[in-house]
Design a protein around this ligand. Structure first.
Ligand code: ADP
Length: 228
């Protein structure tokens, strides 16, 4: 049954990806009628949210059943941060959000014991959220710090923030803050539950500090290889 569900999900995600691709191609070629253009853009957004939802559900179910493949090896943290920021750079540019990276480690780098793909998913989710929940012209800062046993990644934004009650629930599956600030922002409510599970299978921790109107700070701590 699990194999069947996984196969169907893969089929659906690949068809959705193709739909997104075709629509983006038409949009790129230019659509004169503004209403048609708007409807096509909304369709791309819906298809992309649905595809993300399926991928996150598949990952969460694999984590649940213990079939999520994780290979932990020494990975250069700065390089993965760089890739995560690169993936999100266009979204930041579109909102004129300053996206900066700061590594406090001296040259030589900082390695963590991680699965590169899973770590990229964690960091990409946090940076994507920081951009999504920060109004235009805001700032998102990603920084790393290296200690002998642990490395820390901070993703700080000066966006809409959250109340204490909201903050306490963000890692719950399907939880999304509902208020006028978030009404137009698409999402699945699964990203942060996936992030937390992935951090935990790395024997790491994740914390969040936030207050309404004053932005949010997510802090991930990951173990370093013992011989580094
Ligand atoms: P979503 O797909 O809705 O973004 P997540 O699981 O990633 O789902 O996040 C859960 C909820 O936590 C979001 O809907 C949003 O309300 C809140 N949230 C997450 N990151 C931030 C942030 N950086 N600033 C403010 N709110 C956030």
């Amino acid at each position: 049954k699990a194999a069947f569900v996984s196969m169907v999900s893969h089929e659906v995600t690949s068809h959705l990806g193709a739909i997104e691709g075709y629509l983006n191609m038409l949009l790129y070629q230019g659509v004169k009628d503004q209403r048609t253009k708007q409807v096509m853009e909304r369709t791309v957004l819906r298809a992309s949210t649905l595809r993300t939802l399926l991928i996150e559900l598949m990952d969460l179910s694999a984590l649940e059943t213990g079939t999520f493949a994780v290979t932990r090896v020494p990975v250069e943290l700065e390089a993965v941060v760089h890739d995560a920021v690169e993936v999100c750079a266009e979204a930041a540019r579109a909102k004129n959000i300053g996206l900066t990276v700061d590594h406090s480690t001296a040259a030589g780098g900082c390695s963590v014991l991680a699965d590169r793909g899973a770590l990229l998913t964690v960091l990409r989710n946090l940076v994507e959220n920081a951009i999504k929940y920060t109004p235009a012209d805001g700032h998102v800062r990603v920084s790393t710090a290296c200690q002998p046993l642990f490395a820390t990644v901070r993703v700080v934004d000066d966006g809409i923030g959250m109340s204490d009650e909201e903050r306490a629930r963000v890692f719950e599956e399907f939880y999304r803050v509902r208020n006028p600030h978030t009404a137009q922002i698409p999402g699945t409510g699964l990203g942060l539950s996936l992030v937390k599970r992935l951090v935990e299978i790395h024997d790491g921790t994740i914390e969040v500090r936030s207050s309404p109107g004053n932005g949010s700070e997510f802090v991930v701590r990951l173990p370093r290889p013992t011989d580094c």
